[in-house]
Design a protein around this ligand. Structure first.
Ligand code: ACO
Length: 703
């Protein structure tokens, strides 16, 4: 990647002397950005562009060409690739459209294969180019004027990426790199992230993603990068693909966007809702120092705005300093008489600019107060010019040691003040919510930077070979789901506790089975001819004694034969009646974007309505499994409500881990679901009531 970002020479194939053409614009931007290497415009017509001679072909170039930008129509691309291969080019930046984005998959495959045959990597096709601050290279057809800085943008959208160039310039946001990835035929986000993680001038990476191609690799890379740099993502395209592929609860609950959201959180990536939010975040993350602790203090002149900020702190995960005696003494000297030293510290509407400056000093000078939020509602008492100077000087004094954000609210004078301070790089906003949102983003990313991934864990012991054996046998006839007894075998190989069950061929056996298992029991008809057992009257619940078992046995036989007179009834299955507990659902599946993912959620009959589930890329660690369980809205039910005892969360996490390992190691399984997994009180474990498995065995259909 070094050759792509720091090329010694860049050829532009399709460079044109016509300023209306993309091939001209690219050369123009390279010249204007002050690219430090050699520029080689290529066009059979020859000539000169902005002082650089145009070469008739790559073969005429004597110097080293590390990067070739291809700006010729799609049907000329293969010839250019071959010329680049002959020349020993390292990277192709293929601007041309006309490949997989319009269904030309073969053309794109051929392009990559031809490039790889010469050891070249391909960026694109269908892109607007690349900018690298390291070599002052703007090889894009964007508007130019990119400022060097510390934010790297990797974008899948061309139009939005080009628009971002203008926006970064308007917001004085400096970039270390800007890469358009387009169709991602070869180089993708993971390749670029791996490079940017080591790039000393990149502090923050902003990803704009429309669809994930190689999700497993992306997850692995992101997990490493977020331990070193801030990563923000904007994702569009709330695709229905995941839901379409769904054939189970796990699938139908897995809206593609929900999985993306959860997996990004797992990776420590900050997901922004809008481009503006993403810009606010990356701007702040690129300039703010890392906090040394969690405790922030809000200083305000208005109670209402202080409460709004407090609410926003809760939403964005900003913790407020809470030692009341210390707050009272810290602000005793600087607080007007009517003020409140509770956090938010309310200086009241009669506060002056000096009061603000002294209060912020009181916060920022203390080692136990780690970040400051200054809120201001315009009043007549203020000289805004003097106020701007005071804020500027407090900010400058502490800008390298403590995170500081400001939110000012008022009329035209305030708006002008915001514009002025922002243009100087001071994080000031016209809205409390935006100010707290950027501070929250910094805290979330900082927690990830400090997160200890822990020692590698011993994976849970599961018998993958036994599972594969069950799948092979079941799939031999082309079947793609497991029958109940096969699923029970898989559950045993996974080490899951299922209810005890015995198949009885006659009434005597049924009674003996019930007595062996212990009352109460459930009875279900066993017949290949009866698919929907309940509809046929083939299920009896909560049988408490011998006579209830006898009655139920006869009733089941009667109603099943009435339902389907020619049904062959093999017997009844007598099953332990599962005690009540908290019903949860645990699943795992092969996700179309991220590969193996695990799911945990609240189970029971409302599962579809509540959709209270969380996803994580598998395999997981014990810590991730517990964190995943803790992230559902109904988690308090597992902690025990109204005097109930805490539930056995560790045992539930163990099931999540086991399913996560299975789905990662046994790719034949497309979906596995334990529903419900009943979770009992702490120390009493869990019970997997029903296990369903869908799978695809290679060659299974043929057998
Ligand atoms: N070697 C060198 N030069 C060549 C070759 C070759 N093998 N073949 C043709 N050329 C020259 C042409 O003669 C022409 O030069 P001229 O202006 O002197 O006549 C120049 O290369 C360009 O060729 P054109 O046929 O004029 O093509 P044009 O510039 O109109 O379009 C382009 C080429 C821009 C690559 C176009 O095919 C295309 O794909 N456009 C879409 C780009 C795009 O949108 N990318 C997506 C990301 S950005 C976003 O979405 C907003």
């Amino acid at each position: 990647m070094e050759r792509l970002f720091n090329p010694r020479g860049v050829a532009v194939i399709g460079a044109s002397t016509n300023p209306g053409k993309i091939g001209y614009r690219i050369v123009e931007n390279m010249v204007k950005s002050g690219y430090t290497g050699r520029i080689y415009p290529i066009n059979p017509k020859g000539g000169e562009i902005l002082g650089w001679p145009v070469y008739g072909g790559l073969a005429d170039v004597a110097g080293d060409v590390d990067v070739a930008v291809l700006s010729v129509p799609a049907d000329h691309v293969m010839k250019a690739v071959s010329d680049c291969g002959q020349k020993g080019v390292g990277h192709l930046v293929v601007v041309s459209s006309g490949f997989s984005e319009i269904g030309n998959l073969a053309g794109e495959r051929d392009l990559v294969a031809a490039a790889q045959a010469h050891g070249m990597r391909v960026l694109g096709p269908n892109i607007f180019g690349i900018y690298s601050a390291a070599s002052r290279l703007d090889a894009t057809f964007g508007p130019g004027g990119i400022l060097p800085g510390h934010v790297a943008i990797v974008t899948q959208s061309g139009a939005l990426g080009i628009a971002m160039i203008g926006k970064t310039a308007a917001e004085s946001l400096g970039l270390s790199a800007l890469i358009s990835v387009g169709n991602k035929s070869d180089i993708d986000e993971a390749d670029l992230l791996a490079y940017l993680a080591d790039d000393p001038s990149t502090r923050v990476v902003l990803l704009y993603i429309e669809g994930v191609k190689n999700g497993e690799r992306l997850v692995r890379t992101l997990r490493q990068v977020t331990q070193r740099k801030h990563v923000v993502v904007i994702k569009s395209g709330r695709s229905a693909r995941g839901a379409m592929a769904a054939a189970s609860h796990t699938g139908s609950l897995a809206g593609a966007d929900d999985v993306f959201d959860d997996v990004m959180r797992q990776c420590g990536v900050l997901r922004a809702e809008s481009v503006q939010e993403a810009f606010n975040w990356v701007r702040f993350l690129a300039s703010a120092p890392l906090p040394v602790g969690e405790d922030a203090v809000i200083v305000t002149n208005g109670g209402g705005i202080g409460v709004l900020a407090t609410d926003a702190c809760e939403k964005f995960g900003v913790r407020l300093y809470d030692n009341q005696p210390v707050l009272a003494s810290a602000f005793a000297e600087v607080m007007p008489e009517f003020g409140s030293s509770k956090n938010p510290v309310d200086l009241t509407g009669q506060a002056t600019g000096q009061d603000y400056a002294r209060s912020l000093d009181a916060v920022l000078a203390r080692p136990d107060m780690h970040a400051a939020v200054a809120l201001y509602c315009e009043t007549a008492l203020f000289d805004t010019r003097q106020f701007a100077d005071l804020l500027r000087s407090v900010y400058r004094r502490y800008q390298t040691t403590k995170p500081i954000v400001l939110a000012l609210f008022g009329g035209e004078r305030i708006e002008a003040m915001i514009r002025e301070l922002r243009s100087e790089g001071i994080p000031v906003f016209g809205d409390v919510y935006e100010a707290i949102s950027v501070l929250g983003a910094l805290y979330r990313s900082w927690r990830r930077l400090n997160e200890d991934e822990g020692e590698p864990e011993e994976p849970p012991a599961i018998d993958v070979e036994a599972v594969q054996g069950v799948l092979r046998r079941a799939g031999a006839g082309g079947r793609k789901f497991l029958l109940a007894h096969e699923a029970a075998e898989v559950a045993a190989a996974l080490g899951l506790r299922m209810p005890r069950s015995i198949v009885a061929r006659d009434l005597d056996q049924a009674v003996r089975a019930a007595e062996t298992i212990g009352y109460p029991v459930v009875m279900k008809v066993v017949s290949k001819d009866i698919v929907h057992k309940s509809d046929a009257g083939g299920v009896a619940l909560d049988l408490a004694n011998r006579s209830e078992v006898v009655d139920a046995y006869q009733a089941i036989l009667r109603s099943c034969l009435a339902h389907k007179p020619d049904a062959v009834i093999e017997g009844v299955e007598v099953v332990e009646m599962v005690r009540a507990g908290v019903e949860t659902i645990v699943g795992a599946r092969q996700d179309p974007s991220f590969g193996p993912v695990a799911m945990f959620g609240l189970g029971g009959i409302y599962v579809e309505v509540m959709k209270d589930v969380s996803f994580r890329a598998a395999p997981l660690t014990g810590r991730v499994a517990r964190e995943m369980i803790g992230s559902i809205r109904s988690y308090p039910l597992l902690l025990g409500v109204r005097g109930e005892r805490r539930k056995d969360i560790g045992a539930a996490a163990d099931v999540v881990l086991r399913l996560g390992r299975l789905i990662a190691e046994c790719r034949e399984i497309t979906d596995i679901e334990v529903n419900p997994l009943v979770v009992y009180d702490y120390g009493e474990g869990v019970k997997a009531v029903d296990v369903r498995i869908l799978f695809e065995v290679q060659g299974g259909d043929a057998a």
